[in-house]
Write a protein that binds this ligand. Structure first.
Ligand code: AMP
Ligand code: MG
Length: 425
């Protein structure tokens, strides 16, 4: 048997970041950046109004109050996207709409609600030569969004090796970018293997079970921000498996398979992958998910080596093998920084017990992690711990790491890997 760290090393050695591509912002969500981006200009690019109202000189309305309106002459109307060339003089003001550039001569905005106008009829174009009464004194800069308040010229807006999200894409758009250099999201093909497998709606014939692994893995891949590719269910047949691997490596950046990697008589995935690629077959000292294969299959002679993850068939094993071994490799392919490949664990106090027997392996128990006002993080078992018992994994939000031995008693501290870091914040 090899340790989890040794198996992970084999995986990471075979996974290099995908070559950067320049992609339009619209398709780059969840990609990892391969460049640092600085803004060539300020955002906002000019001083503008934060309100619909009147652009004034603060000094002119210093004495204004609810019962003492100050009258100003309205000499212009400024709309968003339409700068006004006129400089506003003392005793004058301009109607101004949210986002419109502040004209010269003014230094503050009074919201329309604080004036005798009260509100505007959006349908009326309005004259510029009226008089308006202002009921509110304002400070210099009131309701004005200054140029550069969000981003200054030259600021780094997105660093290298950062995962893009909608707001980061927005910041890039604000900095004038239409494209960004990223590592492409890996296209990851999944096929499951086994003559016993059928798709969900079909009635089961004797000996058949439903294929759950493909559903789980495709969803896990999508959650990770990769592009999952469903390559179907493949029977325990050498020709069919060979065809599936060959077409998978042609169309995908990585392949994930389940089943057929242990010592069974029809564990043909092993035979086929050995024939087509350069594989390492491992017995990893963990439970569940002991059998595991990793290697590369080339896209034709001299072609790109495509990483292939051979996960075990048992439903819980395949999911945990994905979490502990495939996910770090795929994240490396996606361009994540070294320190972001595996999830950081937390320490939590056991409620009840998480028992196990000594067997030379580290156990990953399916647990429910929660915050307790007094004891901090606490964990309890999420149910049956068999590698076929997917319900406990479904109830779990974390894995508890139980080193070889008898497990953890009530009140002991254990290391826990939360599935989703947002529960920690
Ligand atoms: P194998 O690794 O192919 O020997 O499979 C180990 C166990 O996992 C067997 O009980 C299989 O029936 C089961 N199994 C394999 N693939 C799947 C799958 N896609 N969905 C659910 N169970 C599976
Ligand atoms: Mg099988």
């Amino acid at each position: 048997m090899v340790s989890l760290d040794e198996a992970r090393r084999v995986v990471l050695d075979g996974c290099r970041p995908l070559s950067p591509v320049r992609w339009p912002l619209g398709v780059a969500d969840r990609c990892v950046t391969a460049e640092s981006v600085s803004s060539p200009g300020a955002v906002p690019p000019f001083d503008n109004s934060a309100m619909d109202g009147y652009a004034v000189r603060a000094d002119d309305v210093r004495s204004a109050g609810p019962d003492a309106p100050v009258s100003l002459v309205v000499v212009a109307t400024v709309l968003a996207g339409h700068p006004c060339d006129l400089a506003i003089g003392p005793g004058q003001c301009a109607r101004i709409m949210t986002g419109a550039p502040l004209p010269a001569g003014v230094d503050a905005v009074v919201p329309v609600e604080q004036t005798t106008t009260g509100s505007w009829d959006p349908a009326s174009s309005g004259g510029d030569d009226g008089i308006v009464g202002v009921f509110q004194a304002v400070d210099v800069g009131a309701h004005v969004r200054r140029a550069g308040e969000d981003v200054q010229r030259g600021d780094e807006v997105v660093g290298r090796s950062v995962v893009l999200n909608p707001a980061r894409l927005g910041v890039l758009a604000g900095a004038g970018r239409a494209t960004v250099l990223v590592h492409p999201r890996p296209r990851v093909g999944v096929f499951t293997t086994g003559d016993e497998l059928v798709a969900a709606p079909w009635p089961l014939a004797p000996g058949q079970i439903r294929d759950t692994n493909r559903t789980v893995l495709l969803a896990l891949l999508a959650r990770e921000g990769f592009d999952p590719v469903d390559l179907g269910r493949i029977p325990d047949d050498r020709g069919a498996l060979t065809a599936a691997v060959k077409s998978g490596v042609r169309s995908c950046d990585a392949l994930v398979t389940t089943g057929g990697v242990s010592m069974g008589q029809v564990d043909l995935v092993r035979v086929v992958l050995d024939e087509l690629g350069d594989m390492t077959w491992m017995q990893v000292a963990i439970k569940p998910a002991k059998p595991f294969a990793f290697g590369v299959v080339r896209r034709g002679r001299g072609g790109r080596p495509v990483p292939v993850f051979g996960l075990p068939g048992n439903p819980v094993s395949s999911a945990i093998s994905f979490e502990l071994l495939a996910r770090p490799g795929l994240r490396r392919l996606a361009g994540f920084a070294e320190h972001e490949l595996v999830r950081p664990p937390v320490r939590a106090r056991v409620l009840g017990a998480l028992s196990r027997r000594p067997d030379g392996k580290v156990h990953y128990a399916r647990v429910m992690l929660s915050a307790d006002p007094e004891s901090g993080w606490v964990v309890r078992s999420a149910g049956g711990q068999g590698s076929h018992q997917l319900s406990a994994l479904a109830a779990a939000n974390a894995l508890a790491v139980l080193p070889d031995g008898d497990g953890a008693n009530d009140g002991e501290l254990v290391e826990v890997i939360p599935f989703d870091a947002t529960i920690l914040s």
